[in-house]
Design a binder for this molecule. Sequence first.
Ligand code: PLP
Length: 394
Amino acid sequence: MKELSSKICGIPLTAALKVDLKAKELQAKGKNIINFCIGEPPEAVPDFVLETAKSAALDGQMKYTNASGLTELKEAVAEMYEKRFGVDYSPKNVAITSGAKYAVYTAVCTLVNPGDEVIIPAPFWTSYYQIVELAGGVPVVVQTKKENGFKLTPIEFREAVSPKTKAIIINNPNNPTGAVYSKSELEALAYEFMNADVYVVADEIYDRLIYTDTPFVAMASLGNDMKARTISINGVSKAYAMTGARIGWLCGNENIITAASAMISHSTGSPNTIAQLAAIEAIKGGDEYASRLCESYKKRAAIISEGLAGIDGIFFAKPEGAFYVTLCLEGPLLEKYKDGEGFAMALLEETGVATVPCTQFGNKNAVRISFSVSVEELKEGIERIRNFVKTANC
Ligand code: PLP
Protein backbone atom coordinates (compact mmCIF):
# COMPACT_ATOMS: atom_id res chain seq x y z
CA MET A 1 0.00 0.00 0.00
CA LYS A 2 1.09 3.57 -0.58
CA GLU A 3 2.63 5.63 2.22
CA LEU A 4 0.51 7.54 4.70
CA SER A 5 0.72 11.32 5.00
CA SER A 6 4.24 12.32 6.04
CA LYS A 7 2.84 15.46 7.66
CA ILE A 8 0.52 13.49 9.93
CA CYS A 9 2.91 10.61 10.56
CA GLY A 10 5.55 13.15 11.57
CA ILE A 11 3.49 14.23 14.59
CA PRO A 12 5.25 12.82 17.65
CA LEU A 13 3.41 11.02 20.40
CA THR A 14 3.50 13.18 23.48
CA ALA A 15 6.05 12.63 26.24
CA ALA A 16 3.04 12.80 28.59
CA LEU A 17 1.72 9.63 27.00
CA LYS A 18 4.90 7.74 27.92
CA VAL A 19 4.49 8.79 31.56
CA ASP A 20 0.80 7.99 31.44
CA LEU A 21 1.47 4.47 30.13
CA LYS A 22 4.04 3.87 32.85
CA ALA A 23 1.67 5.24 35.52
CA LYS A 24 -1.08 2.87 34.38
CA GLU A 25 1.35 -0.06 34.38
CA LEU A 26 2.45 0.73 37.96
CA GLN A 27 -1.16 1.27 39.06
CA ALA A 28 -2.09 -2.14 37.65
CA LYS A 29 0.69 -3.59 39.84
CA GLY A 30 -0.95 -1.99 42.89
CA LYS A 31 1.27 1.11 43.28
CA ASN A 32 -0.45 4.19 44.69
CA ILE A 33 -0.16 6.87 41.98
CA ILE A 34 -0.55 10.61 42.45
CA ASN A 35 -1.32 12.02 39.06
CA PHE A 36 -0.02 15.55 38.54
CA CYS A 37 -0.47 15.32 34.75
CA ILE A 38 -4.13 16.11 34.32
CA GLY A 39 -5.17 19.46 32.90
CA GLU A 40 -8.78 19.59 34.00
CA PRO A 41 -10.64 20.69 37.14
CA PRO A 42 -11.84 17.66 39.14
CA GLU A 43 -14.82 19.72 40.40
CA ALA A 44 -18.40 18.90 39.37
CA VAL A 45 -20.01 20.89 36.55
CA PRO A 46 -22.49 23.49 37.95
CA ASP A 47 -25.93 21.93 38.61
CA PHE A 48 -27.86 24.53 36.64
CA VAL A 49 -25.69 23.78 33.59
CA LEU A 50 -26.39 20.06 33.93
CA GLU A 51 -30.11 20.77 34.24
CA THR A 52 -30.04 22.73 30.99
CA ALA A 53 -28.15 19.93 29.24
CA LYS A 54 -30.66 17.39 30.54
CA SER A 55 -33.70 19.39 29.39
CA ALA A 56 -32.09 20.07 26.02
CA ALA A 57 -31.47 16.34 25.52
CA LEU A 58 -35.02 15.39 26.53
CA ASP A 59 -36.31 18.15 24.26
CA GLY A 60 -34.54 16.49 21.33
CA GLN A 61 -32.09 19.34 20.75
CA MET A 62 -29.83 17.22 18.59
CA LYS A 63 -30.03 18.90 15.21
CA TYR A 64 -27.33 20.85 13.40
CA THR A 65 -26.91 24.48 14.31
CA ASN A 66 -25.20 27.14 12.21
CA ALA A 67 -21.68 25.72 11.54
CA SER A 68 -20.06 28.52 13.53
CA GLY A 69 -22.51 28.10 16.41
CA LEU A 70 -25.83 29.29 17.79
CA THR A 71 -26.45 33.04 17.57
CA GLU A 72 -27.58 33.01 21.25
CA LEU A 73 -24.24 31.57 22.29
CA LYS A 74 -22.33 34.11 20.19
CA GLU A 75 -24.40 36.85 21.83
CA ALA A 76 -23.60 35.50 25.29
CA VAL A 77 -19.88 35.42 24.43
CA ALA A 78 -19.96 38.97 23.00
CA GLU A 79 -21.83 40.28 26.07
CA MET A 80 -19.29 38.62 28.34
CA TYR A 81 -16.36 40.40 26.61
CA GLU A 82 -18.17 43.73 26.92
CA LYS A 83 -19.07 43.19 30.58
CA ARG A 84 -15.72 41.84 31.76
CA PHE A 85 -13.18 43.59 29.53
CA GLY A 86 -14.99 46.45 27.81
CA VAL A 87 -14.32 44.81 24.43
CA ASP A 88 -17.07 45.57 21.96
CA TYR A 89 -17.59 42.34 19.97
CA SER A 90 -20.85 41.51 18.16
CA PRO A 91 -22.00 37.98 17.21
CA LYS A 92 -20.37 38.59 13.79
CA ASN A 93 -17.02 38.68 15.61
CA VAL A 94 -17.52 35.26 17.21
CA ALA A 95 -17.20 31.67 15.93
CA ILE A 96 -18.00 28.74 18.22
CA THR A 97 -15.77 25.67 17.94
CA SER A 98 -15.62 22.12 19.27
CA GLY A 99 -13.29 23.02 22.17
CA ALA A 100 -10.74 25.81 22.55
CA LYS A 101 -8.02 23.64 21.02
CA TYR A 102 -9.91 23.66 17.74
CA ALA A 103 -10.35 27.43 18.10
CA VAL A 104 -6.55 27.79 18.22
CA TYR A 105 -6.21 25.46 15.21
CA THR A 106 -8.85 27.39 13.25
CA ALA A 107 -7.22 30.72 14.16
CA VAL A 108 -3.75 29.63 13.03
CA CYS A 109 -5.07 28.02 9.81
CA THR A 110 -7.02 31.19 9.03
CA LEU A 111 -3.90 33.38 9.36
CA VAL A 112 -1.05 31.31 7.99
CA ASN A 113 0.17 30.71 4.42
CA PRO A 114 2.83 28.04 3.76
CA GLY A 115 6.17 29.25 5.11
CA ASP A 116 4.75 32.02 7.30
CA GLU A 117 6.45 32.20 10.68
CA VAL A 118 4.54 32.07 13.95
CA ILE A 119 6.36 33.06 17.14
CA ILE A 120 5.72 30.84 20.15
CA PRO A 121 7.23 31.91 23.49
CA ALA A 122 8.50 28.87 25.46
CA PRO A 123 7.61 27.12 27.66
CA PHE A 124 4.37 26.72 25.70
CA TRP A 125 1.29 24.53 25.65
CA THR A 126 2.45 21.56 23.64
CA SER A 127 -0.23 21.68 20.90
CA TYR A 128 0.79 25.13 19.60
CA TYR A 129 3.89 23.78 17.87
CA GLN A 130 2.04 20.97 16.10
CA ILE A 131 -0.85 23.26 15.19
CA VAL A 132 1.48 25.74 13.45
CA GLU A 133 3.17 22.89 11.55
CA LEU A 134 -0.16 21.32 10.58
CA ALA A 135 -1.24 24.71 9.24
CA GLY A 136 1.89 24.79 7.03
CA GLY A 137 3.53 27.53 9.09
CA VAL A 138 6.99 27.61 10.64
CA PRO A 139 7.08 27.70 14.45
CA VAL A 140 9.70 30.11 15.79
CA VAL A 141 10.29 29.22 19.44
CA VAL A 142 11.58 31.96 21.73
CA GLN A 143 12.95 30.90 25.10
CA THR A 144 11.68 33.15 27.86
CA LYS A 145 13.84 33.59 30.97
CA LYS A 146 13.18 32.51 34.52
CA GLU A 147 14.39 35.92 35.77
CA ASN A 148 11.51 37.47 33.77
CA GLY A 149 9.00 35.04 35.28
CA PHE A 150 8.91 33.12 31.96
CA LYS A 151 7.25 36.07 30.25
CA LEU A 152 8.22 37.30 26.78
CA THR A 153 9.93 40.70 26.72
CA PRO A 154 9.77 43.29 23.92
CA ILE A 155 13.49 42.77 23.21
CA GLU A 156 13.03 39.02 22.84
CA PHE A 157 10.15 39.65 20.43
CA ARG A 158 12.20 42.12 18.37
CA GLU A 159 15.02 39.59 18.09
CA ALA A 160 12.65 36.86 16.88
CA VAL A 161 10.51 38.81 14.45
CA SER A 162 11.30 38.71 10.71
CA PRO A 163 9.61 39.84 7.48
CA LYS A 164 8.06 36.35 7.39
CA THR A 165 6.42 36.63 10.81
CA LYS A 166 2.64 36.44 10.41
CA ALA A 167 1.54 35.93 14.00
CA ILE A 168 2.47 35.31 17.60
CA ILE A 169 0.69 33.07 20.09
CA ILE A 170 0.38 34.54 23.57
CA ASN A 171 -1.01 32.29 26.29
CA ASN A 172 -2.06 34.33 29.30
CA PRO A 173 -2.31 32.94 32.02
CA ASN A 174 0.25 30.43 30.86
CA ASN A 175 0.25 26.66 30.65
CA PRO A 176 2.75 25.29 31.81
CA THR A 177 4.36 28.08 33.93
CA GLY A 178 1.35 29.78 35.60
CA ALA A 179 2.74 33.18 34.53
CA VAL A 180 0.33 36.11 34.16
CA TYR A 181 1.19 39.28 32.19
CA SER A 182 0.44 42.63 33.83
CA LYS A 183 -1.27 45.39 31.85
CA SER A 184 1.97 47.32 31.40
CA GLU A 185 3.82 44.21 30.21
CA LEU A 186 1.07 43.53 27.66
CA GLU A 187 1.04 47.16 26.52
CA ALA A 188 4.80 47.09 25.92
CA LEU A 189 4.41 43.92 23.85
CA ALA A 190 1.35 45.25 22.02
CA TYR A 191 3.40 48.27 20.89
CA GLU A 192 5.90 45.86 19.29
CA PHE A 193 3.18 43.69 17.71
CA MET A 194 1.58 46.74 16.06
CA ASN A 195 4.97 48.03 14.89
CA ALA A 196 5.82 44.66 13.35
CA ASP A 197 2.28 44.29 11.93
CA VAL A 198 1.70 40.79 13.26
CA TYR A 199 -1.53 39.08 14.27
CA VAL A 200 -1.90 37.89 17.85
CA VAL A 201 -3.55 34.62 18.78
CA ALA A 202 -4.40 35.33 22.42
CA ASP A 203 -5.21 32.06 24.17
CA GLU A 204 -6.97 33.22 27.33
CA ILE A 205 -8.58 29.93 28.38
CA TYR A 206 -7.34 30.36 32.00
CA ASP A 207 -8.50 33.99 32.35
CA ARG A 208 -10.71 33.23 35.36
CA LEU A 209 -7.92 31.59 37.34
CA ILE A 210 -5.77 34.41 38.74
CA TYR A 211 -4.16 34.24 42.20
CA THR A 212 -2.44 37.59 42.69
CA ASP A 213 -3.60 41.19 42.77
CA THR A 214 -2.53 41.59 39.14
CA PRO A 215 -5.86 41.57 37.29
CA PHE A 216 -6.24 39.65 34.05
CA VAL A 217 -6.12 41.93 30.99
CA ALA A 218 -7.57 40.77 27.67
CA MET A 219 -5.26 41.42 24.71
CA ALA A 220 -8.17 42.75 22.62
CA SER A 221 -8.89 45.40 25.26
CA LEU A 222 -5.64 47.26 24.47
CA GLY A 223 -7.11 49.66 21.88
CA ASN A 224 -8.76 49.38 18.47
CA ASP A 225 -5.63 48.41 16.56
CA MET A 226 -4.91 45.52 18.94
CA LYS A 227 -8.55 44.46 18.85
CA ALA A 228 -8.42 44.28 15.04
CA ARG A 229 -5.23 42.16 14.93
CA THR A 230 -6.07 39.88 17.87
CA ILE A 231 -7.90 36.58 17.76
CA SER A 232 -9.18 36.00 21.29
CA ILE A 233 -9.48 32.34 22.25
CA ASN A 234 -11.49 31.03 25.17
CA GLY A 235 -14.07 28.41 26.11
CA VAL A 236 -15.96 26.73 28.92
CA SER A 237 -13.46 23.94 29.70
CA LYS A 238 -11.49 25.48 32.55
CA ALA A 239 -13.72 28.23 34.03
CA TYR A 240 -16.75 25.96 34.53
CA ALA A 241 -15.01 22.55 34.66
CA MET A 242 -16.74 21.60 31.37
CA THR A 243 -13.80 19.96 29.59
CA GLY A 244 -15.96 17.24 28.01
CA ALA A 245 -18.55 19.68 26.67
CA ARG A 246 -16.03 20.61 23.96
CA ILE A 247 -17.13 24.21 23.52
CA GLY A 248 -14.63 26.95 22.73
CA TRP A 249 -14.62 30.08 20.58
CA LEU A 250 -12.52 32.54 18.68
CA CYS A 251 -13.33 36.22 18.43
CA GLY A 252 -11.80 38.58 15.92
CA ASN A 253 -12.47 41.03 13.13
CA GLU A 254 -15.25 40.12 10.70
CA ASN A 255 -12.89 39.07 7.86
CA ILE A 256 -11.14 36.63 10.14
CA ILE A 257 -14.37 35.21 11.55
CA THR A 258 -15.99 34.84 8.11
CA ALA A 259 -12.98 32.88 6.86
CA ALA A 260 -12.73 30.83 10.05
CA SER A 261 -16.44 29.99 9.88
CA ALA A 262 -16.00 28.65 6.35
CA MET A 263 -13.18 26.41 7.60
CA ILE A 264 -15.33 25.16 10.49
CA SER A 265 -18.22 24.43 8.13
CA HIS A 266 -15.97 22.13 6.05
CA SER A 267 -14.19 20.41 8.92
CA THR A 268 -16.03 19.76 12.19
CA GLY A 269 -19.32 21.41 11.20
CA SER A 270 -21.42 22.76 14.01
CA PRO A 271 -20.41 22.02 17.61
CA ASN A 272 -22.64 19.77 19.74
CA THR A 273 -26.04 21.44 20.14
CA ILE A 274 -26.74 20.33 23.74
CA ALA A 275 -23.28 21.49 24.81
CA GLN A 276 -23.81 24.87 23.14
CA LEU A 277 -27.07 25.37 25.06
CA ALA A 278 -25.35 24.36 28.29
CA ALA A 279 -22.49 26.77 27.54
CA ILE A 280 -24.95 29.69 27.23
CA GLU A 281 -26.14 28.99 30.78
CA ALA A 282 -22.59 28.64 32.09
CA ILE A 283 -21.50 31.95 30.57
CA LYS A 284 -24.59 33.85 31.69
CA GLY A 285 -24.93 32.40 35.19
CA GLY A 286 -21.53 30.97 36.05
CA ASP A 287 -19.68 33.99 37.52
CA GLU A 288 -20.13 32.86 41.10
CA TYR A 289 -19.11 29.28 40.29
CA ALA A 290 -15.99 30.52 38.44
CA SER A 291 -15.03 32.77 41.40
CA ARG A 292 -15.38 29.87 43.85
CA LEU A 293 -13.28 27.65 41.59
CA CYS A 294 -10.63 30.37 41.46
CA GLU A 295 -10.61 30.72 45.26
CA SER A 296 -10.12 27.01 45.68
CA TYR A 297 -7.25 26.95 43.17
CA LYS A 298 -5.71 29.96 44.90
CA LYS A 299 -5.40 27.85 48.06
CA ARG A 300 -3.83 25.00 46.10
CA ALA A 301 -1.43 27.44 44.40
CA ALA A 302 -0.31 28.66 47.84
CA ILE A 303 0.16 25.08 49.10
CA ILE A 304 2.33 24.14 46.14
CA SER A 305 4.37 27.37 46.24
CA GLU A 306 5.11 26.85 49.92
CA GLY A 307 5.57 23.08 49.69
CA LEU A 308 8.12 23.17 46.89
CA ALA A 309 10.07 26.22 48.09
CA GLY A 310 13.75 25.84 48.84
CA ILE A 311 14.38 22.46 47.21
CA ASP A 312 17.98 22.20 46.04
CA GLY A 313 18.26 21.76 42.27
CA ILE A 314 14.70 22.83 41.48
CA PHE A 315 13.68 26.28 40.31
CA PHE A 316 10.06 27.29 39.78
CA ALA A 317 8.12 30.52 39.47
CA LYS A 318 5.16 30.82 41.85
CA PRO A 319 1.99 30.22 39.84
CA GLU A 320 0.07 33.47 39.40
CA GLY A 321 -2.70 31.87 37.35
CA ALA A 322 -3.88 28.68 35.55
CA PHE A 323 -3.14 25.49 37.53
CA TYR A 324 0.38 24.52 36.60
CA VAL A 325 3.93 24.90 37.85
CA THR A 326 7.05 24.27 35.78
CA LEU A 327 9.87 22.71 37.79
CA CYS A 328 13.22 23.51 36.15
CA LEU A 329 16.01 21.08 37.03
CA GLU A 330 19.43 22.52 37.78
CA GLY A 331 22.92 21.56 38.92
CA PRO A 332 23.65 18.00 40.14
CA LEU A 333 19.96 17.02 39.95
CA LEU A 334 19.94 17.79 36.23
CA GLU A 335 23.28 16.01 35.76
CA LYS A 336 21.90 12.93 37.48
CA TYR A 337 18.65 12.63 35.51
CA LYS A 338 19.90 14.27 32.25
CA ASP A 339 16.55 15.94 31.46
CA GLY A 340 12.92 16.32 32.47
CA GLU A 341 11.95 12.96 31.00
CA GLY A 342 14.65 11.12 33.01
CA PHE A 343 13.55 12.91 36.18
CA ALA A 344 9.82 12.28 35.56
CA MET A 345 10.33 8.56 34.91
CA ALA A 346 12.53 8.08 38.00
CA LEU A 347 10.13 10.10 40.17
CA LEU A 348 7.22 8.01 38.94
CA GLU A 349 8.95 4.66 39.40
CA GLU A 350 10.29 5.45 42.85
CA THR A 351 7.48 7.50 44.38
CA GLY A 352 4.40 7.00 42.22
CA VAL A 353 4.15 10.74 41.42
CA ALA A 354 3.33 11.33 37.74
CA THR A 355 4.46 14.62 36.16
CA VAL A 356 4.71 15.70 32.52
CA PRO A 357 8.21 16.18 31.05
CA CYS A 358 8.32 19.58 29.32
CA THR A 359 10.21 18.22 26.30
CA GLN A 360 7.31 19.10 24.02
CA PHE A 361 6.57 22.30 25.92
CA GLY A 362 9.82 23.76 24.61
CA ASN A 363 11.92 23.16 27.75
CA LYS A 364 13.51 19.72 27.95
CA ASN A 365 15.08 20.26 31.36
CA ALA A 366 11.80 20.72 33.20
CA VAL A 367 8.65 18.91 34.25
CA ARG A 368 5.13 20.26 34.61
CA ILE A 369 2.95 19.73 37.64
CA SER A 370 -0.78 20.27 37.42
CA PHE A 371 -2.21 21.12 40.84
CA SER A 372 -5.69 20.37 39.61
CA VAL A 373 -6.01 17.62 42.23
CA SER A 374 -7.45 17.42 45.75
CA VAL A 375 -5.60 19.20 48.58
CA GLU A 376 -4.80 15.81 50.16
CA GLU A 377 -3.25 14.46 46.96
CA LEU A 378 -1.38 17.71 46.49
CA LYS A 379 0.18 17.62 49.97
CA GLU A 380 1.06 13.94 49.68
CA GLY A 381 2.59 14.44 46.20
CA ILE A 382 4.68 17.41 47.38
CA GLU A 383 5.98 15.38 50.32
CA ARG A 384 6.99 12.55 48.00
CA ILE A 385 8.78 14.97 45.63
CA ARG A 386 10.67 16.60 48.54
CA ASN A 387 11.83 13.23 49.86
CA PHE A 388 12.77 11.99 46.39
CA VAL A 389 14.91 15.05 45.63
CA LYS A 390 16.50 14.98 49.10
CA THR A 391 17.63 11.38 48.54
CA ALA A 392 18.70 12.12 44.96
CA ASN A 393 20.81 15.07 46.11
CA CYS A 394 22.68 12.98 48.73
N1 PLP B 1 -5.31 26.24 25.51
C1 PLP B 1 -4.58 25.88 26.56
C2 PLP B 1 -3.45 26.74 26.99
C3 PLP B 1 -4.85 24.69 27.26
O1 PLP B 1 -4.11 24.35 28.32
C4 PLP B 1 -5.91 23.88 26.82
C5 PLP B 1 -6.24 22.60 27.48
O2 PLP B 1 -5.51 22.08 28.30
C6 PLP B 1 -6.66 24.30 25.71
C7 PLP B 1 -6.32 25.49 25.07
C8 PLP B 1 -7.76 23.45 25.15
O3 PLP B 1 -8.99 23.64 25.73
P1 PLP B 1 -10.21 22.72 25.29
O4 PLP B 1 -10.22 21.56 26.21
O5 PLP B 1 -11.41 23.59 25.43
O6 PLP B 1 -9.99 22.30 23.88
